[in-house]
Design a protein around this ligand. Structure first.
Ligand code: FAD
Ligand code: UDP
Length: 381
């Protein structure tokens, strides 16, 4: 008999499994339908011996000391600041758009103050910023929106930016200085030996049993357990009773090239050309030295594993209906990017999982009977 059946061995499931076993001495069965732990953050050595990310580039960054300190229990870190180039009008220029981007693209020599005026002259006033299009055109104007955002977003999401929530493109800022880092978070590191090694250490506890290639549907009635942590798609848990929640998928083409380097930075985005959105070269992320190099092309698709919840008002409405069901489903806690239908980064999922554990810990501490499920609340990280 297990105290907990944890469904999904990504960040959400692994963090909660580790806390339940390590802090509460609970007996945990952690399952995943994939043949490995780590969820979408899983990395592995390819045939050439180069560490690659099976599900596309995962770069750790956070402002949360709590999250950083927690993960530091299971890994050493390699300092890494992410830089991305976008191929626009035949040139590779920095994204987020910054002073160097504009000066290079337009052959100018603007100062930061001059760039402010230059952008202000192009920005289109928008009464209420609602969509992914509004965010960009109200900051940099329509021409730069078309060059950097419209095509990439249509490829990535399969819909026009005007149909997506503002939060999507608000992830990418605009800067008038020369800071070309993709993220400005306080903590920017990669796990020194990779994500999978970090997960292995996290789950190395006598109270945690791991079962791979195992779907919740097969396991739930055959393995006795008291409570469930569910980190898969919430609509699937409820047999799509209100209809399918849209998730955007990707297919990944992993290639090893017979040369030392392919591109000058870890990620190059292609907003105007090709079917793929971006190309990632892993050695920039990991610091690995190797005579060859491995890269991944990402092709967005509506079919395949669910990777991205699609931030649109109508989807949020549908999720709310499932969330209401979750609230009255006793003994099941819903956590993570798929189960709470939120476009969360890794650190946000870790924060959400730690917050959920604190609520579980409270209920166990007070010897309450299994509570009704409450989807993990967002933790300010
Ligand atoms: P997942 O990692 O999806 O884990 C859920 C697990 O549950 C999966 O392994 C799945 O197989 C399993 N599962 C689902 N249903 C069942 C079932 N019925 N039975 C058994 N198992 C089941 N975040 C960053 O911070 N930085 C980045 O650079 C970054 N890049 C990303 C790039 C891509 C292409 C993608 C897709 C995501 C990226 N993310 C990034 C986000 C990051 O992947 C997520 O925040 C994080 O991995 C979510 O963890 P999770 O545990 O919620 O979900
Ligand atoms: N985006 C874009 N052009 C770019 C980079 C990003 O249009 O060169 C938009 C696109 O809609 C993308 C979103 O901004 O989905 C968020 O970008 P991010 O790099 O955060 O995407 P993720 O790494 O989550 O796939």
């Amino acid at each position: 008999m297990f105290d907990w059946l944890v469904v999904g061995a990504g960040f959400a499931g692994s963090v909660i499994a580790e806390r339940l076993a390590g802090q509460r001495d609970e007996k945990v069965l952690l399952i995943d339908r994939r043949p490995h732990i780590g969820g979408n953050a899983y990395d592995r050595h390819d045939k050439a011996g180069i560490l690659i990310h099976q599900y596309g580039p995962h770069i750790f960054h956070t402002n949360s000391k709590l999250v950083f300190d927690y993960l530091s229990n299971f890994t050493d870190w390699r300092p890494y600041e992410h830089r991305v180039l976008a191929e626009v009008d035949g040139l590779q220029v920095p994204i987020p758009i910054n002073l160097n981007t504009i000066n290079r693209l337009y052959g100018l020599a603007l100062t930061p103050i001059e760039l402010e005026g230059w952008l202000a002259a192009r920005a289109e006033p928008v009464d209420e910023i609602r969509t992914a299009e509004d965010v960009v055109v109200s900051t940099v104007g329509r021409e730069l929106y078309e060059k950097f955002f419209r095509g990439y977003t249509k490829k990535q999401w399969g819909v026009d930016p005007s149909q997506l929530d503002k939060a999507v493109t608000a992830r990418v800022p605009t800067r008038t200085n020369t800071d070309d880092r993709y993220f400005t978070d306080k903590y920017q590191f990669m796990p020194a030996a990779g994500f999978t090694k970090m997960f292995e250490r996290m789950l190395d506890h006598p109270n945690i049993k791991i079962m791979l290639d195992a779907d919740y549907r097969e396991v739930k009635s055959t393995v006795r357990h008291r409570q469930v942590i569910f980190t898969g798609p919430i609509d699937e848990f409820f047999d799509y009773c209100y209809g399918k929640l849209p998730y955007r998928s990707l297919s990944f083409k992993h290639v090893t090239l017979d040369k030392e380097w392919h591109q000058s930075v870890a990620v190059v985005n292609y907003p105007q050309t090709y079917d793929h959105t971006r190309v990632t070269e892993y050695k920039h992320l990991t610091g690995q030295r190797h005579a060859k190099t491995s890269v991944t092309y990402e092709y967005p698709s509506d079919h395949g594993d669910p990777y991205y919840p699609v931030p649109r008002a109508e989807n949020a409405e549908l999720f709310k209906r499932y969330e209401t069901l979750a609230l009255v489903t006793k003994g099941v806690w819903f956590v993570g990017r798929l189960a709470t239908y939120r476009y969360y980064n890794m650190d946000q999922v870790v924060g959400q999982a730690l917050a959920t554990f604190r609520r579980i810990d409270d209920s166990l501490g007070r010897r309450l009977p299994p509570t009704a499920a409450r989807p993990g609340l967002e933790l300010a990280v």
